[in-house]
Ligand binder design. Structure first.
Ligand SMILES: Nc1ncnc2c1ncn2[C@@H]1O[C@H](COP(=O)(O)OP(=O)(O)OP(=O)(O)O)[C@@H](O)[C@H]1O
Length: 233
């Protein structure tokens, strides 16, 4: 699934009531199955941009257009997520997007397998335990299916989060500093897993990182400062 941003603007209201422009992106495109690193300094709007693309936030103006699907199953044609209602955005996100956070956000009361199955329960597909198990095996946790997060290492927890993000076979994976909490070796392993699984399900990948060792692995690198006119303010 390809993504195109057009004339996208978002501002927040500062503590004194003044407008704080954070995103002003005239144009950005991400191709079908393309893998891109998004880089930028702290506070420049990277998370805000991912939240806009995911429909968690809505822009003040502009369009966030998804086109095609790649699998022919639920062809989105051209959908502007910014023009959908909140409920429609939730459905669209559940069907088409996977989101990986810096810290894993797993549900502590549920096992690794249950957390991955929960990633499927918000979609149109029935939960698929065989696919959930095979994802956990692929991320090296085949022997830890029934462990709860507290009994997993930080790197293992993040691998569960990767499996969960891929559980509904998304068309686009948004990853916000997915390796930020990991040591360099584990970070490379998790990055390799994210990229391999995206390739397998033919998902595009937009990955935010400030770590040069991570960023240099991606075939295309984009600087938010170059995309974003708001960062010049
Ligand atoms: N709800 C909010 N209200 C007002 N300002 C906000 C709000 N959320 C974020 N901001 C401001 O928007 C700017 C961008 O924040 P954002 O979290 O998108 O940056 P980031 O590039 O992801 O930063 P980091 O790399 O440090 O996580 C920051 O200056 C922040 O203070």
């Amino acid at each position: 699934m390809a993504l195109r941003l057009e004339l996208l603007k978002k501002q927040y209201v500062g503590p004194d009531g003044s407008a704080v422009p954070v995103i002003d992106v005239p144009e950005f495109s991400l191709g079908d199955s393309e893998q891109v690193a998004l880089v930028g300094g702290s506070g420049t709007g990277k998370t805000t941009l991912l939240h806009l693309i995911a429909g968690i936030l809505t822009p003040d103006s502009g369009r966030i257009i998804f086109s095609g699907t790649g699998d022919g199953e639920a062809n989105v044609g051209e959908s502007d997520i910014a023009a959908l209602s909140e409920g429609q955005r939730d459905v669209f996100r559940g069907r088409n997007l996977g989101y990986i956070f810096q810290s894993h956000h797993l549900l502590p009361g549920f096992t690794a397998l249950e957390n991955v199955l929960l990633g499927m329960s918000f979609t149109h597909r029935a939960a698929d335990p065989a696919w959930a198990k095979s994802l956990l095996k692929e991320v090296g946790l085949g022997e830890r299916l029934h462990y709860k997060p507290a009994k997993l290492s930080v790197g293992q927890q993040q691998r569960v989060a990767v499996a969960r993000a891929l559980a509904n076979r998304p068309k686009l994976v948004l990853a916000d500093e997915p390796t930020g909490a990991l040591d360099p070796k584990t970070a490379q392993q998790v990055l390799a897993l994210v990229r391999k699984l995206c390739d397998e399900v033919k998902a595009s990948l937009l990955l935010v990182s400030h770590d040069p060792a991570i960023v240099e692995q991606l075939p295309r690198r984009v600087s938010l400062a170059e995309l974003n006119r708001a960062s010049m303010v």
